[in-house]
Design a protein. Structure first.
Length: 94
């Protein structure tokens, strides 16, 4: 139970960088291939959060750019920017 509380605090630290509300709950997608993916509920949104853990910054930037272009065409999910206007934020040197 303690590790779940710790994870909740870590998720809230990430949320604090965005205008997405306060943490309510999360579900881990165990079938994600190389990165950690959660379905996350806040008091404002239900969203999918992907933590890139095994990608370099160039690959992350390319994936983010492609996802943003697809979202603008209505072909993908919406990407959220941090409060500083960036799509990606590096947490704990990841």
């Amino acid at each position: 139970m303690e590790s779940n509380r710790k994870l909740q605090k870590e998720i809230q630290k990430i949320l604090d960088r965005y205008d997405l509300g306060e943490y309510k709950s999360h579900n881990h997608f165990s079938y994600a291939l190389t990165n950690t993916v959660y379905k996350l509920k806040t008091n404002k949104e239900t969203l999918i959060i992907k933590l890139f853990e095994h990608e370099n910054k160039r690959v992350i930037a390319l994936q983010t750019k492609i996802m943003d272009l697809l979202a603008k065409e209505g072909l993908s999910s919406k990407l959220f920017k941090t409060k500083q206007g960036k799509f990606v934020y590096y947490y704990k040197n990841h």
